[in-house]
Ligand binder design. Structure first.
Ligand SMILES: [Zn+2]
Length: 450
């Protein structure tokens, strides 16, 4: 037996557009029908019903760049430039994080994400057996792409971790979890290792991609202005042009590459990204907070590059709120371009849904509400003062909706939040464990500084 969501507005982000007094039919993990409420109710009389009058049903949001476990460091160090923030603050405390802390921090982000309408997360962190981000995603009922971040200084350890991660988790949790290979950045992964990771990805896909989906690449790219200099300093090599051209010269840019940030791009770089089919993830709040700069998203749009949206880590954001990210993305580019027509609401909503799915090479299954796709659906309650009156649902979803307006969250046909109550994990327990983890990490840092 299935579920019929009816009576509300369905914003499909697919070929049926927006259906007022619309309905969605879910059977097991899949959407089997989308249409007008009266027709659907007649066709499926015995299905369980969820009334959505005054509400909007839409595809779950896709957060295409995240480091879930870093919620443990939310507010630990703010207002520093990226290099100092990482080297002086984040990396020293992260050294003390065990798998358990990674798991607990990821559960915290999972809960926050669900409560804000995110149903898929693409996350890059350290994979540790038993307790890790994949386990947290699985237990929370979310969908996700989980990577293991790679650095030159720990090559052997990374390769072992990636192989374990792929073997244990790719295609797990009823197919809701996929894995990725994550070179941290062009300045922390040397050229030889970068190419090796490309070969490893091909090898893993040969082994696992069949029926389980593709293992993709997830990396940071052109986040700060000095990245070329950082590559030269790290590896003592000549880099003639931009960081994108350098990566292209290594032969690693391809349609399975998800490149976070892409703030510093030349015209030629944008052509290369389009030519290679690289997917870009724009993280406007993180870029603003770390004062990295403003990514030329409108230029990438013009060139036809797929651009998704992400929060980045909960300590460079400092939340996992994709509604906030959508609003900032829409406003930021209007402001810096002094042009209110760039990044219209519709385009921004696409970035957070169907374009996010394209970035993860998962758009055959998620990113829109269409028959045959997985049932990843959120219901947003529009019966609120800040969401009245309604002229355009899309406008409200980008400019006026808050994370707290999300009422119900369905992933793979399973209701994981109903009337704002999380069904999958014990929220209070997670909050307590997070406080304990904070104490423990601070104790380690204090000991280390003695
Ligand atoms: Zn990041």
């Amino acid at each position: 037996m299935g579920i019929v969501i009816y009576g509300g507005t369905v914003v499909t982000m697919g070929n049926k557009g927006i259906i007022r007094d619309g309905a969605v039919v879910i059977e097991d993990d899949t959407v089997i029908d989308v249409g007008r409420s009266d027709e659907i109710k007649r066709k499926y009389p015995r299905y369980e019903r969820i009334e959505a009058k005054g509400k909007v049903a839409m595809p779950g949001l896709i957060n295409a760049h995240q480091h879930m476990a870093m919620s443990l460091l939310r507010g630990y160090a703010d207002d520093y430039p990226l290099k100092e923030w990482l080297e002086r603050w984040v990396w020293p405390i992260e050294r003390h994080m065990t798998g358990y802390e990674i798991y607990v921090g990821s559960l915290l982000t999972a809960i926050e994400s669900i409560m804000g309408g995110t149903t898929t997360i693409n996350t890059m962190y350290h994979y540790i057996e038993n307790y890790n981000e994949a386990r947290a995603i699985s237990e929370s009922g979310l969908r996700g792409v989980v990577g293991h971040v790679c650095f030159s200084w720990r090559r052997d350890q990374d390769i072992k971790a990636i192989k374990e991660l792929a073997g244990r988790w790719h295609g797990e949790a009823d197919g809701k979890i996929r894995v990725s290979v994550d070179p941290h950045a062009p300045y922390t992964v040397d050229p030889k290792y970068m190419r090796e990771l490309r070969d490893l990805t091909a090898e893993l896909n040969e082994k696992y991609a069949f029926k389980k989906g593709q293992i993709v690449w997830h990396t940071h790219l052109a986040e700060t202005e000095d990245e070329v200099q950082k590559i030269k300093n790290s590896f003592n090599i000549q880099v003639e042009a931009s960081v994108v051209e350098y990566m292209d010269s290594l032969g690693v840019l391809a349609e399975d590459v998800i490149a976070a940030h892409c703030v510093y791009l030349t015209r030629r770089d944008i052509e290369i990204l389009k030519l290679r089919g690289v997917k870009v993830v724009h993280n406007p709040i993180s870029n603003l907070k770390l004062a990295s700069g403003v990514s030329p998203v409108p230029d990438m749009f013009k060139a036809g590059v797929t651009v998704a949206l992400g929060t980045d880590s909960p300590c460079s954001n400092n939340s996992a709120d994709m509604f906030e990210v959508m609003k900032v993305a829409a406003l930021l580019h209007k402001g810096v371009n002094r042009d209110p027509t760039v990044l219209p609401a519709e385009a921004v909503l696409r970035m957070a849904t169907i374009d996010g799915a394209k970035a993860l090479l998962w758009d055959d299954k998620i990113g829109s509400i269409e028959a045959g796709k997985k049932a990843d659906i959120i219901i947003v309650d529009f019966r609120k003062p800040h969401l009245k009156p309604v002229y355009s649902e899309v406008s409200h979803l980008v400019y006026a909706t808050k994370a707290s307006d999300v009422e119900t969250v369905i992933v793979n046909g399973r209701i994981i939040m109903e009337n704002r109550e999380i069904k999958t994990v014990r929220v209070n327990w997670v909050l307590e464990e997070v406080e304990k983890a904070r104490e423990k990490l601070l104790d380690h840092v204090r000991e280390g500084s003695k």
